[in-house]
Design a protein around this ligand. Structure first.
Ligand SMILES: *Cc1c(COP(=O)(O)O)cnc(C)c1O
Length: 233
């Protein structure tokens, strides 16, 4: 099937409140352009250099999402244009994103990545670390506002949470992990840990996006079901 047909099929299955991130890592610009021509405007990449090369070559009305693990020293290469960074998992990284965003006079939206899988290899925060980061960012804002000063985190906005389920065939396990992430998301919003509502819950990939949506996902990151299998060399 063609990229355009794959996209049409997937989009017909998504409720209106769910955003589709077309994960185009390893794929050539020609493939991305095919998706672009059929209306896709949100693309996800997991390497900053590759994303920047594609950003330079492609139309400027595209939203670029960084979905991979981010090294602090590479934030500067995407700060000018990145729309959403999915994999933020430390205060240090948030500080660097804030610093680089400031240089471009922008606010960069970030998602905090939560560790929901059984596997040790996947990055992410646990609930305690998540609460620590939220309180640090938010309390710093509060404290600075009292002094009528600029907040330390003025150039970032935590827009939601992101997670990746265990790579397994076991649907019950995946469902349990997605539900765990959704529970955390709701808890933050209900307890008003921050003074606005988190709006983005990024979970679900080619193999599990329907399950993720039924568990409350608002953003799915789909690669191989759109562009075909990836060929890593
Ligand atoms: C590659 C990747 C995806 C897309 O995976 P598919 O199974 O090809 O849909 C989604 N999220 C992240 C973080 C990825 O690295």
């Amino acid at each position: 099937m063609s990229i355009a047909k794959n996209l049409t099929k997937i989009k017909s299955q998504l409720p209106p409140h769910v955003t589709l991130v077309a994960v185009s890592k390893t794929k050539p610009v020609a493939d991305l352009m095919e998706a672009y021509s059929s209306g896709q405007r949100v693309f996800g990449e997991n390497k900053i250099q590759e994303m920047t090369e594609k950003w330079e070559q492609m139309p400027k009305d595209i939203e670029w999402h960084m979905i991979g693990h981010v090294q602090t020293n590479k934030v500067k290469f995407m700060a000018e244009y990145v729309s959403l960074i999915h994999g933020v998992d430390s205060l240090k990284l948030l500080q660097e994103i804030n610093k680089q965003a400031k240089k471009h006079n922008r606010t960069i939206d970030c998602l905090l990545q939560i560790h929901i899988a059984e596997e040790e290899t996947k990055f992410g925060l646990d609930e305690l670390e998540l609460n620590e980061i939220l309180t640090q960012v938010y309390e710093q804002c509060e404290a600075k506002q009292v002094q009528n000063d600029k907040s330390e985190f003025e150039n970032i906005r935590i827009a939601g949470l992101m997670g990746m389920a265990t790579f397994t065939e076991n649907q019950n396990q995946i469902e349990k992990e997605f539900n765990h992430l959704k529970t955390l998301f709701d808890k933050i919003n209900q307890l008003s840990i921050i003074n606005y509502q988190l709006s983005i819950l990024s979970m679900g990939m080619s193999g599990d996006y329907q399950l993720a949506i039924s568990c409350g996902s608002t953003m799915v990151r789909i690669g191989s079901s759109i562009f075909g299998n990836r060929n890593y060399q």
